[in-house]
Design a protein around this ligand. Structure first.
Ligand code: NAP
Length: 242
């Protein structure tokens, strides 16, 4: 049975990924920074279905905490075969209002989190000449976004990291890909307000609705199985940007 680590999986897209992977036979580590109550509740539901899951609280920006989490996964589930770098934060504001600490924190979590987890799981993947890494970017990692300069910069960087690492690791059999979601109905986008979200869905998203976290999880599952796909960015946005 393969082992998956899904960062930021107490809720939203990460929770949907953890659930889909656990139900398809992965042993899964659910991770979060704060909401262990949600992580434990998800783990309990999945265990009732017969899935093998553990929960671990760790800030992905903290390399020591990430290493500790990966060592625990190795002890309790086995070495990580599939890493889903999903943990992320956003802070919409105008560029001139971004505090240096905010800029740094977004990079530390969104991009630094990927660096920390990949470095922690890579020795086993290199040893096995196999492994799969899926990094969560965004359509704002492919296109410019007003009032999202810091967030979009981290998400552009995640695509750069993924493509470059895919090229570097391909000869070892390890695949690295990205998912670029559009507007997905999770806590992260609630800051926009229901009216804005409704207008967005009706006027700018050709499929006429926000995406569901489960629809991103389906793409992650696909990438986990897509043995001849590496260095790719799969956009899942209801046609928002065509
Ligand atoms: P969300 O609902 O806000 O959930 C964020 C998750 O990340 C939570 O589980 C949170 O844990 C965890 N997290 C945050 N900071 C962390 C840290 N430092 N260390 C470990 N875990 C951390 O977000 P979402 O909408 O599901 O987004 C998930 C990913 O998809 C993010 O990378 C986001 O940028 C990307 N994305 C989302 C959308 C969208 O429209 N929703 C679109 C494009 C891309 P706690 O519960 O403990 O806080």
């Amino acid at each position: 049975m393969s082992v998956a680590l899904v960062t930021g999986s107490s809720r939203g897209i990460g929770a949907a990924c953890a659930q889909a992977l656990a139900r398809s036979g992965y042993k899964v580590c659910i991770n979060c920074i704060e909401r262990m109550d949600l992580a434990q509740a998800l783990a309990d539901r999945l265990r009732e279905e017969g899935c093998q899951v553990i929960c671990h609280q760790a800030d992905v920006a903290d390399s020591a905490a990430v290493n500790e989490m990966v060592r625990r996964i190795e002890r309790e589930l086995g070495p990580v075969d599939l890493l889903v770098n999903n943990a992320g934060i956003a802070r919409p504001e105008q560029f001139q209002d971004i505090a240096p600490e905010t800029w740094k924190r977004l990079f530390d979590v969104n991009l630094g989190g990927c660096f920390n987890t990949i470095q922690a799981v890579l020795p086993h993947m290199l040893h096995e000449h196999a492994g799969c890494i899926v990094n969560m970017s965004s359509i704002w990692g492919q296109h410019g976004a007003s009032c999202e300069v810091a967030y979009a910069s981290t998400k552009h960087a995640i695509i750069g990291l993924s493509r470059s690492l895919a090229a570097e690791l391909a000869p070892t059999g390890i695949r690295v890909n990205c998912v670029a979601p559009g507007v997905i109905d999770t806590d992260m986008v609630q800051v926009l307000g229901q009216e804005t979200l409704d207008n967005l869905a009706q006027e700018q998203i050709p499929l006429g609705r926000l995406g569901k976290a489960e629809e991103i999880a389906e793409t992650v599952l696909y990438l986990a199985r897509a043995g001849y796909t590496t260095g790719q960015v799969i956009t899942v946005d209801g046609g928002f940007i065509i």
